[in-house]
Design a protein around this ligand. Structure first.
Ligand SMILES: [Zn+2]
Length: 218
């Protein structure tokens, strides 16, 4: 197994339209295993082949809490879509950016597994969102394409910014200032407030798969 490189927006290869899978070979099965390793390591809940620069209609998803329910969709097609849902989404190809996207709330999908066996699946909630997000990748669409031009520009600016947040400056060493006992408490509290180190940046290098707000990386 090998981890694959995930393309990052606005890489033009993310705009390629994937072609149908016609041969269910050992090579395809190896690609599925490598994509799964890449998705779990990222960590993310979904990954489309487009994101690893393979332009075939293939995507994988695991929205389970235990990370032990890998779903493989080859040549997926949406048969029915109904309702409307808006959920905060993130994308492994747009690291560090999250936004709400309107999608169908319930869908039914027909696809093949990695051995070429056809199945149909009804999905709602996170699974439905994730399938639609990944299927967008297969037609060269990234989730920020759903946003307004202003928000899209903001997401691009965010990606241009340095990946690591600037480290807070080390608090300067406060020289001990002698003060008579009666005035010390006021003096020290003033000093400690002024030299309180700034809070550590919250963003970690690898955002967790399901963050507090339920944001998803896919
Ligand atoms: Zn994505």
């Amino acid at each position: 197994m090998a981890q694959l490189l995930i393309l990052e927006y606005p890489d033009p290869r993310l705009k390629k339209v994937a072609s149908p899978v016609t041969a269910f070979t050992a090579e395809l099965q190896k690609l599925v295993r490598d994509m799964a390793e890449t998705m779990y390591a990222a960590p993310g809940v979904g990954l489309a082949a487009t994101q690893v620069d393979v332009h075939k209609r293939l995507l994988i998803i695991d929205v389970s809490e235990a990370r032990d329910d890998l779903k493989v969709f080859v040549n997926p097609e949406i048969l029915t879509a109904e309702g409307e849902a808006e959920q905060e989404e993130g994308c492994l190809s747009v690291p560090g950016y999250y936004d709400k996207v309107k999608r169908a709330a319930r869908i039914t999908v027909r696809a093949q597994n990695e051995r070429g066996e056809t199945f149909e699946l009804a999905a709602d909630g996170t699974l439905a969102v994730c399938i639609q997000h990944e299927m967008d990748h297969l037609v060269g669409k990234v989730f920020v394409d759903h946003l307004s031009p202003l928000k899209r520009a903001r997401s691009r600016d965010k990606l241009r910014a340095p990946i690591t947040a600037p480290m807070p400056k080390a608090p300067s060493i406060t020289p001990y200032v002698w003060a008579p006992p009666c005035s010390r408490s006021r003096a020290t509290s003033g000093i400690s407030a002024a030299t309180e180190p700034p809070a550590m940046p919250v963003a970690s290098v690898r955002p967790s798969t399901m963050r507090m707000g339920g944001e998803l990386m896919m």
